[in-house]
Design a protein around this ligand. Structure first.
Ligand code: TXA
Ligand code: MG
Length: 310
């Protein structure tokens, strides 16, 4: 208990000095900085090697401070009440008088807002007088981090502190919903679209169905282990690591299980760490078994598809 308090204080001290800190969320680790501070936000982009035109998500402990920064809509309130804190990010209209650094949004008039569920991060947020801008804690285009040691592996000594909250429970990023006009899903993620549709009482279109790109972050290569990856593989070729979601009768050394019983949630939780492990084990190519495109399987397939653009 005492160490929790002192770790939160450590994180807070760094953040107050406009330094970046690794933080745990229920989805993936974030690279956090004071969202009101130009200096802190610029550091995030630099550390991550992220193009400045790719806006960041801002993390709040609850809805109260959001009113200072954004206009809220009925759909937002409904979804907030049902799912927050939790793995959903809302694109809302930014208020002119908001104190959010213009570097967070690349001067756009919208803001991505999220209420993470991890108890440590919630405690930290409640202790701060500002919300936290935090992209996933990885070098741009690379694999996201799902434990503190991944964050350190990504940034080495360039990051001053990581608040260790254990392994992320969900393992893939939040679902992003654009609420600027007709609700649209911009990124599949930890929260099932069908659950969102039940609350909004409408079928929601996904980014794949619309032409206009509003998330500049949707570059073709993303979530990449840094080696070629192919999906829907029936069997591996020579020298390929084979990623599976079902136990096979005969096991080979190059088999890596996301799950042994076709459990999609478990597969999502293990996705990034298994890919990281394969890379470390020295493989130069990855084949992945077909994964059902339903529920969180949609998020897994989305990440694999982008990783396969290598
Ligand atoms: O689960 C998550 O969402 C994690 C944890 C750390 O909270 N964060 C995360 O952040 O995945 P990042 O930066 O890796 O992905 C954020 C995505 C990017 O694709 C970005 O382009 C999009 O959100 N985004 C941010 N602000 C936006 C905006 N105003 N309009 C549209 N898309 C936006
Ligand atoms: Mg990311």
């Amino acid at each position: 208990m005492k160490s929790i308090q002192s770790n939160i204080k450590k994180a807070k001290d760094y953040l107050n000095k406009n330094d970046c800190v690794g933080v745990p969320t229920e989805t993936v680790y974030g690279l956090a900085g004071n969202a009101y501070s130009d200096a802190a936000v610029k550091k995030i982009f630099k550390l991550k090697k992220r193009p400045m035109n790719n806006p960041l998500i801002v993390h709040y402990s609850d809805i109260n401070k959001v009113y200072e920064d954004c206009y809220v809509s009925d759909n937002f309130i409904k979804l907030y009440k049902k799912f927050c804190p939790g793995p959903i990010t809302f694109i809302l209209k930014l208020k002119k008088e908001s104190k959010i650094s213009k570097f967070v949004t690349n001067k756009q008039k919208s803001l991505a807002v999220r209420f993470p569920k991890h108890p440590l991060l919630r405690k930290l947020l409640k202790n701060l007088s500002y919300p936290l801008a935090a992209p996933s804690a990885n070098i741009s285009t690379k694999l996201s981090s799902v434990q503190a040691s991944d964050v350190i592996e990504e940034f080495k000594s360039k990051i001053k502190y990581v608040l260790d909250g254990g392994k992320c429970k969900i393992g893939v990023e939040s679902t992003i919903i654009n609420l600027l006009d007709k609700p649209t899903i911009l990124r599949f993620g930890g929260l099932d679209i069908s659950k969102i549709e039940k609350i909004i009482k409408k079928k929601i279109s996904t980014r794949a169905n619309i032409k206009k790109k509003i998330a500049p972050g949707q570059f073709p290569l993303h979530y990449s282990p840094g080696i070629p990856l192919r999906m829907n593989a029936k069997k591996p070729k020579n020298n390929e690591a084979f990623v599976l979601i079902n136990k096979k009768k005969i096991d080979f050394r190059n088999y890596y299980y996301l799950s042994k019983k076709n459990d999609l949630k478990q597969s999502a939780k293990n996705l990034y760490s298994v890919l990281r492990k394969i890379k470390k084990d020295g493989y130069k190519m990855i084949a992945v078994e077909k994964i059902a495109n339903k529920g969180i399987g949609q998020a897994i397939n989305d990440r694999l598809k982008k990783a396969s653009k290598y």
